[in-house]
Design a protein around this ligand. Structure first.
Ligand code: TNX
Length: 533
């Protein structure tokens, strides 16, 4: 992780305690008496908001004597080691991880009504206990514990404590099973370390799906052995004319492994039949006229199409989906299917009728952008809705009808959670085709009632896509994602009853010092009462 540089240890320490004061009490910087610094972060001051908290008792204090005890299989031990790794640099404490012992921090798996990802956190004078039915639940509990500690805990050098955790009990579980973020690695390529950095940021907000947009007009980003020029030629470019790049299969496996270690499932997308110029440029035979177009470095959409009438197209689709499925332990393959403006509608339907069964043949479930609902979505397919308030009634009705017929939805309304929309006319990167999307607008909607005529049970969750036409660095990603990503994560996790902008903006403000400590480059929206830096 990249952290702040250029701060001496002493100023870092002072800054750390000032940030703690700010996070704990929202007090004016510099004016607080030292004793106030000791107030721990209240149990409900986290993002996403937890289901319920019952405060009370004496806070637990992490000290040099604290141990991390694990009760469960090796995977629980691994989560304990991950927690120790998070806490050691800033506390400077040894925090041994052991399979026995009392007091300190205990991670345990039990049977019980926690759900697949829920957990309970209990904190008192003698220790903190994290309980869940699954390792994923424990991992989410660790993210909560992290947010209950002062923001300075995120720093890589030793900081002054105290390291207290508010007393009481917190019960938590997600509203939706699918809580996603998408990264477009096609318009600009992002390296494995850059993707890992984003994964760590997603994990902090309990996001559990990482959708990678692996191909588009401007680049093909995943090695395919049976069609090697897709990556070697089709991957060697990007928007603006940079060198681009692609993931080898080993790179991709490393991303999948790292994501799994943070309890995220990777959803690979190969966009078809449009958004395919990089593939068409790599192989002449994929073009109806047999002529490969040049590579493309602009940002127009809707001009490319696979040749729906050619056998080569389906050989290509079969090979790509087979190799991608073999790299994918996750359940899904995303086929794209958006903005196929250069494919006649009948051809689009024909293409999807032939290609969706390939996904099932290789053991996966189809996801498509919601245009798929205009064809014949495969049984069990998910449609990802990316409309806006102004999307036409007929299109919305088509999506709702599909949802009633069993095509469940992932909600990514572009004028709410497209992270590439500019916040205001004056903020730097981003586009604005779906409008300007400030933090309040991004947060203030209800996935359960968002689309008329969609049964609540047909909503699988929320995903925040980040298209990368205008960003090519981690700082660029972060500026667009933070703070809106946190809001999308809360919409996916927290109960509708906890949805409250005026409370959210205060909880969100408390994340600012944490992002500063982590070196996350974020947008300091005037809608959020950030503590002064
Ligand atoms: C629409 S959303 C697209 C992308 C662009 C994005 C820019 C979708 C399924 N297609 O091709 O990158 O807008 O915001």
């Amino acid at each position: 992780m990249r952290r702040h540089h250029g701060t001496t240890p002493r100023t870092a320490r002072v800054l750390g305690s000032l940030l703690l004061i700010a996070a704990a009490g929202g007090l004016t910087l510099g004016a607080a008496p030292a004793a106030r610094a000791a107030a721990p972060v209240p149990l409900d001051r986290i993002v996403p908001a937890p289901v319920s908290v019952t405060p009370g008792g004496t806070p637990y204090r992490v000290t040099r004597a604290t141990g991390i005890h694990v009760d469960g299989p090796a995977e629980v031990h691994r989560i304990g080691t991950y927690l120790a790794g998070l806490l050691r640099p800033a506390t400077g404490y040894p925090l041994p991880v052991t399979d026995h012992g009392d007091g300190g921090i205990l991670l345990r798996l039990t049977q019980g009504d926690y759900g697949a990802e829920g957990y309970r956190l209990h904190s008192g004078a003698d220790g903190v206990t994290l309980t869940a039915r699954t390792p994923a639940g424990l991992f989410h509990a660790v993210q909560t514990l992290r947010q209950l500690l002062p923001a300075a805990v995120e720093r890589t050098t030793v900081q002054r404590g105290p390291w207290q955790i508010a007393a009481g009990t917190l019960q938590d579980r997600p509203r939706y099973a699918y809580r996603g973020a998408m990264l477009d690695v096609a318009r600009h390529f992002f390296t494995v370390p850059q993707v890992k950095r984003y994964i760590d940021q997603l994990a902090l907000y309990k996001i559990n799906e990482l959708h990678l947009h692996l191909s588009d007009d401007q680049g093909w980003r995943i090695a395919v052995d049976s069609w090697p020029r897709l990556a070697s030629y089709g991957g060697a470019g990007e928007v603006g004319g940079g060198r681009g790049g692609h993931y080898t299969k080993a790179d991709y496996r490393e991303i999948v492994r790292y994501a799994a270690s943070r309890y995220l499932e990777v959803v690979p997308e190969i966009d078809m039949p449009g958004h395919t110029n990089a593939a068409l440029a790599s192989y002449a035979k994929l073009n109806c006229d047999g002529v490969a177009p040049p590579r493309y470095t602009g940002t127009q959409v809707g001009f490319s199409s696979l040749c729906v009438s050619k056998k080569a197209t389906y050989d290509f689709a079969d090979d790509v989906i087979r190799e991608l499925a073999a790299l994918t332990p996750g359940r899904y393959v995303h086929l794209g299917g958006d903005e196929a403006h250069s494919t006649a509608h009948a051809d689009y339907v024909r293409f999807m009728d032939r290609v969706q069964p390939l996904v099932a043949r290789y053991g996966k479930t189809v996801i498509g952008w919601h245009q798929l609902t205009g064809a014949h979505p495969a049984k069990g397919a998910l449609a990802q809705y990316w409309g806006v308030d102004g999307t036409g009634a007929a299109e919305k009705a088509q999506v709702a009808a599909a949802a009633r017929n069993g095509t469940h939805l992932i909600l990514s309304p572009a004028d709410r959670v497209y992270l590439d929309m500019k916040y205001t006319a004056r903020t730097g990167p981003g586009t604005k085709w779906a409008g300007l999307v400030e933090v309040h607008r991004s947060y203030d909607w209800n996935p359960g009632t968002y689309l008329a005529g969609v049964p609540a049970s047909a909503v699988r969750g929320v995903e925040a896509p980040l298209w990368s036409e205008t960003v090519k660095t981690s700082a660029g990603i972060e500026y667009l994602a933070f703070p809106r990503l946190a809001g999308a994560a809360e919409l996916g996790w927290s109960p509708a009853a906890r949805h409250d902008w005026s409370a959210y903006r205060k909880r969100l403000a408390a994340q600012g010092p944490r992002w500063d400590a982590l070196g996350i480059h974020y947008y300091r929206s005037p809608q959020v009462p950030w503590p002064a830096r």
